[in-house]
Design a protein around this ligand. Structure first.
Ligand code: HEM
Length: 468
């Protein structure tokens, strides 16, 4: 009865969308489990317009004003149930927190450590060191095996760096050329919790399978929390001169009676940051190199721009390079790492988007994949054209509003400065050291098509390059 009433009599029944979305989220679920969610929703927008009912309780919005309204600071659109649903920890970390008071307290605690000033002062040398090691490994591979996998080396680099920041010690994966057990457990736990949200019965089946590899995933929560002890130990040993991000945060907490940051929270946030800051940056870097190598003239100009820097350049110099930053922004437009559903809940009183009323409590989502390809906002939206970003003062109001590779409002990515610093330092060093890089002849465009399991990754899970 409730299904019939929701399908035909709720205000949602007046929204455009496929007929089956009134009754079931099966089609949406299928797209999620096959890594095609952003494409599925994009096609629905193309067919039904900027406001689409995609499931009985779920609506997607691509109208630029609507997107801005949802992500505006203080908008009241809080994170939807998906975030807590995939949470694999005894309490919510900064990424999944819903309550605005809890979130703003945690965010305040993190803000200083993630500011541009603090990153440059405390972490730029470490980032540079990792970048140099990654590029030297890439060159070694090309010399010894004729080819190097960009995705592999950027992933090891970004993860080692996040380990330094979160745990206070490197995982030395760049040196070893492979991921360690903690990272492998976290990765499989993420996949399983994503699948488990859509198919909750999967967990009860997994629990009954007596294979060691399966039990490692089933017990991943305990393993991750246990391992997080390293972050706590390093934080405690070094205090505010700590070798990880949490030392200063804990010191700030101890000086204030308003803040609350337990050891358990540190363990959980260390894992959160590792996940949020590794594949995101690594995939973006991989796509940036791929896009530049696909356009030899762009590659030549980029090589010339970064080649003209003195040998002691730093991120403050890179920030001023128009082409380098334009290439990064255009990569983020077309291949931003989290371009799919950012789910929120419609606040009390409901909301209206492009003349469509959506009642309170509905799950609502926006996706950068669609906003970044809106032909009314971006000329020739599917082509990689870095010139759009060469002069940021020429971006239109709509473009500024629709460009959301890092999300928006109070939930905008906290790692935005860190990510941009890493992207700049890595691309500059790579194109200075490997000006003659080219795509390996075995690489196909199909391998670089994006799969979408919240984050994106190249379908082929590699990006092979060589030297001319
Ligand atoms: C190119 C790289 C990156 C991209 C494209 C990216 C993208 C995003 C996006 C779209 C969100 C918003 C998610 C939402 O609203 O549901 C987000 C949030 C977040 N990101 Fe990133 N991210 C990147 C790198 C990083 C790095 C390096 C860190 C390292 C710490 C990080 C940490 C976080 C955290 C903690 C949040 C949650 C913030 C909050 O809710 O207050 N990200 N990111």
């Amino acid at each position: 009865m409730a299904i019939i009433s929701k399908a035909f009599f709720s205000p949602l029944s007046r929204l455009p969308g496929p007929w089956h979305a009134r009754f079931t989220r099966l089609a949406l679920k299928r797209s999620i489990l096959t890594g095609k969610r952003m494409y599925y929703v994009h096609d629905l927008h193309a067919k039904y317009g900027p406001v689409v009912r995609i499931a009985p309780d779920e609506v997607a919005v691509a109208d630029p004003e609507g997107v801005a309204q949802i992500h505006r600071i203080g908008s009241g659109f809080l994170k939807g149930p998906w975030y807590a649903g995939i949470n694999n920890a005894p309490e919510l970390g900064i990424f999944a927190m819903v309550n605005p008071k809890d979130h703003s307290q945690r965010r305040r605690l993190f803000a200083k450590a993630f500011s541009n000033t603090s990153l440059r002062q405390n972490w730029e040398p470490t980032i540079h060191e990792k970048v140099k090691l990654a590029v030297s490994k890439i060159k070694d591979d090309i010399q010894q095996k004729k080819e190097a996998d960009m995705l592999k080396w950027w992933t090891l680099m970004a993860t080692d760096l996040m380990a330094n920041l979160s745990f206070g010690e490197s995982f030395h994966m760049l040196e070893q050329g492979e991921k360690n057990q903690y990272v492998r457990v976290i990765e499989s736990a993420m996949v399983t919790s994503g699948i488990g949200y859509e198919l909750p019965w999967v967990y009860s089946i997994l629990r009954r399978i007596p294979l060691n590899a399966v039990q490692v995933i089933v017990n991943s929560r305990e393993f991750i929390i246990e391992y997080g002890g390293k972050a706590v130990d390093n934080m405690r040993q070094h205090g505010s001169g700590s070798q990880n991000l949490f030392g200063n945060m804990m010191a700030a907490c101890e000086d204030s009676d308003k803040e609350n940051f337990s050891d358990l929270s540190v363990r959980i946030e260390a894992a959160n940051l590792l996940v949020a800051g590794s594949d995101t940056t690594a995939n973006t870097l991989t796509y940036a190199v791929w896009c530049a190598l696909k356009k030899p003239d762009l590659q030549r100009r980029l090589v010339a721009e970064v080649g003209a820097l003195g040998s002691d350049y730093g991120d403050a110099d890179l920030e001023k390079l128009p082409l380098l930053n334009a290439v990064i922004d255009e990569t983020l437009r077309l291949y931003g790492a989290a371009p799919g559903a950012l789910q929120r809940t419609v606040p009390r009183g409901g909301a209206t988007f492009a003349n469509h009323f959506v009642p309170e409590g509905t799950m609502i989502e926006t996706q950068a994949y669609t906003s970044h390809r809106d032909p009314n906002i971006w000329a020739d939206p599917l082509s990689f054209d870095e010139t759009r970003f060469l002069d940021p003062s020429k971006l239109t109001k709509d473009q500024k509003q629709a460009f959301l590779p890092f999300g928006g409002g109070t939930r905008v990515c906290i790692g935005i400065h860190l990510a941009r610093t890493e992207l700049r330092l890595a691309l500059a060093h790579f194109f200075r050291e490997c000006p003659k890089a080219k795509l390996a002849s075995t690489m196909t465009d199909t391998e670089m098509e994006m799969e979408n399991f919240f984050l994106i990754a190249p379908r082929g899970h590699r990006c092979m390059i060589t030297l001319e």
